[in-house]
Design a protein around this ligand. Structure first.
Ligand SMILES: [Zn+2]
Length: 236
């Protein structure tokens, strides 16, 4: 299995775009696809008790379904050369990759995919996203996940990946945009929310940043990102 790709969907049960598109992808020997949080999926909830993308590597001996399931998925992901975790958001973010563990291998993996925007988001906590514990893995975030345009684009990306495998021969470093998440924006009522747009350079309270996942969260306005270049990335 060491050359194969593991595609996982519904790590968050209510983010159905990945499952919807994977149902349309013809199976082949290059990849395996599984649904992660099956219990939350049937209830159309993000999670039941534990957010599965915050508790990896999970706990094999736990009686809780989500803790145990995360441990199962992490040990499965270690058997595959690549893991891709597909998420969906209500934000108008388009499709971008999230590198949850910014090792050189994972960064190059992000560069190899047919996705222009790369977000470096290495939260250094003991527990965290599933892909951080994969041999080589990242997340693909899609938004808004109900948009037909976004669905079509995801389908074309996944057709490409599952049809041709991971290919480093045609990586074009110039055509990628690299961002790094560094904080959250907690805006007051005066914030003109519609002036903030994902990946569009913004100035707010004399601070310049690129917003991410605008309108996705109730307790804050968006994440803040810096745009960085490939050399900065090497010293991350
Ligand atoms: Zn998600």
């Amino acid at each position: 299995m060491k050359n194969k790709i593991l595609i996982i969907t519904q790590t968050h049960g209510n983010e159905i775009i990945g499952t919807e598109i994977m149902n349309k992808i013809r199976p082949n020997k290059r990849f395996r696809w599984i649904i992660v949080n099956k219990e939350a999926s049937t209830k159309n909830k993000r999670f039941i008790k534990f957010d599965m993308n915050r508790i990896a590597p999970g706990n094999e001996g736990s009686k809780n379904y989500e803790q145990k399931r995360v441990a199962e998925i992490v040990s499965l992901a270690k058997k595959y050369k690549y893991t891709i975790d597909i998420h969906g958001t209500s934000a108008s973010s388009g499709i971008f990759t999230i590198v949850t563990n910014p090792t050189m291998q994972n960064i190059l993996f992000a560069f190899s995919l047919p996705i222009k925007n790369i977000v470096i988001w290495g939260r250094k906590k003991t527990k965290g996203p599933i892909t951080r514990f994969a041999s080589c893995g990242l997340e693909v975030e899609c938004g808004p996940q109900t948009s037909q345009k976004v669905k079509n684009k995801l389908r074309s990306i996944l057709k490409d990946i599952t049809g041709q495998g991971i290919n480093y021969n045609q990586v074009n470093f110039e055509e990628k945009n690299i961002y790094k998440v560094y904080g959250k924006l907690l805006a007051n009522k005066k914030t003109k929310k519609n002036t903030l747009k994902d990946f569009r350079k913004t100035m707010f309270n004399k601070e310049t940043f690129y917003p991410l996942l605008c309108g996705q969260y109730k307790d804050f306005t968006c994440y803040k990102m810096d745009k960085i270049n490939f050399v900065d990335l090497l010293s991350y």
